[in-house]
Structures are given as C-alpha cells and as structure tokens.
Design a protein around this ligand. Structure first.
Ligand SMILES: NC(=O)c1ccc[n+]([C@@H]2O[C@H](COP(=O)([O-])OP(=O)(O)OC[C@H]3O[C@@H](n4cnc5c(N)ncnc54)[C@H](O)[C@@H]3O)[C@@H](O)[C@H]2O)c1
Length: 370
C-alpha cells in the first residue's frame, strides 16, 4: 500500500480551498462525478497519479472561520449542492483541524507545520498550493537573485514567497494558483533546483483567459488580424473584494494579459478591467469584445459573455495540480514544470499559451514520465 499524499492549501479557509476539500470528500464518498477534473480523463486515468481518495488536506490561513461553516455558506451561495457539507462533515472537520494559523509565524515555524503534517500522517509527500488572496504586485529586489543573499532577507519577502520558501525548506513541491510573486524569485528557483523539488504556477486559468487561449489561436490559424481585445470582468466573492484594491487588480490584470502577446501575430490594442460587484457572490461575468480584420480589410467583431462559478471552476484544477505535482515529484522533476502550463494564465517556464498545444505537452510529458 502506498503512503497517502498531503495537499497543503495556503489560504485553506477560502472559497477555492473549501470547494476543493469538499469536492475531494464528495468524490471519495462517490457522491459526485469528477466533472472538470482533467486528471480523471484518458490518458491520465491509466497513469500512476495519486488517487483523489489518498489525498489528506491541511493548510495555513489567517482567519479562524471553521470549514463546515464556510462550506454551508458556499452551499447557500449555490456553489456547493445543498446538503453536501452535512454529508462530508467529518472530512471537513478533519481538514479544519489541520489548518494552522499563520499570523506572526516566521518561515521556520511555517516549515515546522509542514514537516509535522507530513510526519503525523505518514505522507509520501506534501504538495503545497497557494490559494490565498492575491497580493499587490511586488518588485523583486536584486538581493533576491541568489539563495545565498535571499536567505538573509527572507523574512522581508511578501507572504506568498515566505510560504514558497517554507515549502522548499520542508522538502515540498510548490504550486502557485494565484498571480502573487510566490516562488518567482531567482533565489527560490535556485533553492528548488538544489533540493530537487518541482514547482509550477502561476494563476489558475479558469475563465476569461481560458476562453482567450482557445479563441486567440483560431484567429492566428485563419490568418485573421485581431485589432483590439477588451475584457471587462465583474467579480463578487472574497476574490472580487480583494481585487477591488487597484494594486492587487494590477497583479491579476498583468497575468491575464500574457496570452494575446504570445499567441497573436500582430500587436493588438488590449485592455483588461476588473471590477468588484458584491451582489454577484461567488459568480463572475466576463464580457470580451474583439475587433478583427478580414480579407480586403473587412471589419468584424466577436463578443462573448462568460458567467462562471469561480470556485467550481478552480477546485477540480487544484485537485489535478495536486495529483500532477505529486507525480512530478515522484518521477524526479526539479525546478519549474513547464508541461503544467495548461493550468495557468501566466505559466512559469513556458511561453506557450494555446490551450490545445499546452494540452498536447501535458499528455506527452505525463505519458513519457510514467
Ligand atoms: N476561483 C478562481 O477561478 C481562481 C482562478 C485563478 C486564481 N484564483 C486565485 O485563488 C485565490 C483564492 O481565491 P478565493 O476565491 O478562494 O478567495 P477567498 O478570498 O475566498 O480566499 C482567500 C483565503 O486566503 C486567506 N489569506 C489571505 N491572506 C493570507 C495569508 N497571508 N496567509 C494565509 N492565508 C491568507 C484568506 O483569509 C482567505 O481565507 C485568489 O488569489 C484568486 O485570485 C482563483
């Protein structure tokens, strides 16, 4: 019998985390189908990824709200089926007991929480996934260029990078589901490689950018010239409230803007707006307006409206990433894993943004590594 795999969620009491933990429990109990879980489709089902049944959850957060209550709120908001939180209450309480307060802890204390979680549960490995609130954009300091110098300044790093540092020091692979700086500092990359640890990020591709990464290559393939692409995003929920802060919205808009420059042949007039609309709750609306030019200069327009339940889109990807990252660690990957670009708006180590090509890379990598 192989040892179970740990999944440590930074921001473990947030909407994405609670939907992930509840969803894993529902899958384990056979209460739901793995809709939205890429790792539950061929060819991945035939590969030795750790089963969802074997995942044990823990995490860090700065709030105290208990998981069953958070899950009830998500059910009231229509994210989770009514009644589901009650059916998986034991699993929610078990995860709740493993979510450690993070406030005031230095990196050594965060590292100790991870090591203790792994040892107490006899886990084969623990994948750390950042699903905490997006931080304001951070300008890296030249002192972070090597591990040797970063080590001396490590407590002054943004929280996301302190968690990434703790993950690496505890010997854990790390995934950034947010656009925060996290592991994207040369000193942390050096540490990951030196410790033989894989990592991936950043910013889960769940909505508007997902659609963009399918539609933009279409224009390129048909030699149509995109002239402008304007996106308006209305967000509710904790993420929306957090992104109402312009500095945090800038970090998000930055990672959303990567796709077009890489996929389209010509420069395009692009804008991405993010606005908080509290009444939308856990829902998000993206309206994209695209102008393009065809044969003999004919002008045309494409518009789409995406109305997504953000946490329901994100949670299955968090489960996928936990399983793929555990697999990457098991097969000895170290440093960034560009083959996981499929999951991200702003993939570390890859400039490929076309969803189809990213998918082909993921399949090739996983099948070859297995
Ligand atoms: N839902 C999606 O589709 C999606 C897609 C891509 C990225 N994301 C990112 O995932 C993250 C989580 O989204 P959410 O909707 O769950 O937000 P949320 O506001 O519901 O949850 C965030 C959680 O992080 C905690 N937190 C904040 N600062 C922390 C810190 N310093 N240390 C530990 N915990 C901290 C909060 O207390 C909260 O529990 C956001 O950064 C969001 O941008 C979400």
């Amino acid at each position: 019998v192989t040892a179970p795999t740990g999944v440590w969620l930074v921001g473990g009491r947030g909407s994405v985390a609670v939907t992930t933990i509840t969803g894993a429990a529902a899958l384990r109990a056979g209460l739901t189908a793995p809709t939205g879980c890429v790792s539950a489709t061929e060819p991945f089902v035939s590969l030795p990824l750790p089963p969802v049944q074997s995942l044990v959850f823990g995490g860090h957060d700065i709030t105290q709200s208990d998981l069953p209550k958070r899950a009830e709120k998500l059910a009231d908001g229509g994210v989770l089926p009514p009644g589901l939180p009650g059916l998986v209450r034991d699993e929610l309480l078990a995860a709740d007991a493993e979510i450690r307060p993070a406030e005031g802890k230095d990196i050594d204390a965060l590292t100790a929480d991870l090591v203790s979680f792994r040892e107490r549960h006899g886990l084969a490995r623990v994948v750390v996934i950042n699903v905490a609130s997006t931080e304001p954009r951070y300008r890296p300091d030249p002192a972070h260029a090597s591990w040797e110098s970063l080590r001396r300044h490590r407590e002054s790093l943004p929280d996301s990078s302190r968690y990434a540092c703790a993950a690496l020091l505890a010997g854990c692979p790390y995934v950034d589901f947010t656009p925060s700086t996290g592991i994207r500092l040369p000193g942390l990359d050096e540490l990951a490689r030196a410790r033989g640890l894989p990592y991936a990020g950043s910013d889960g591709k769940t909505g508007e950018t997902l659609v963009k990464s399918v539609l933009a290559p279409m224009f390129t393939r048909r030699a149509l010239r995109v002239r402008s692409w304007s996106g308006t995003n209305l967000l509710g929920g904790g993420d929306g409230a957090n992104l109402a802060d312009p500095a945090r919205a800038a970090a998000k808009a930055g990672s959303k803007a990567r796709v077009l420059g890489d996929v389209l042949a010509d420069p395009v007039e692009e804008s991405v707006h993010i606005q908080h609309v509290a009444d939308l709750g856990e829902w998000k609306t993206a309206w994209d307006h695209v102008t393009f030019e065809g044969f003999l200069g004919a002008r045309m327009t494409l518009q789409f409206t995406w109305q997504g339940c953000d946490s329901a889109l994100a949670a299955p990807l968090v489960l996928d990433l936990a399983r793929f990252m555990a697999f990457a660690h098991q097969v000895g990957a170290r440093g960034p894993v560009p083959e996981l670009a499929f999951f991200f708006k702003d993939p570390i180590g890859s400039t490929e943004h076309s969803l189809e090509r990213q998918y082909a890379e993921l399949v090739r990598w996983a099948v070859e590594a297995a």
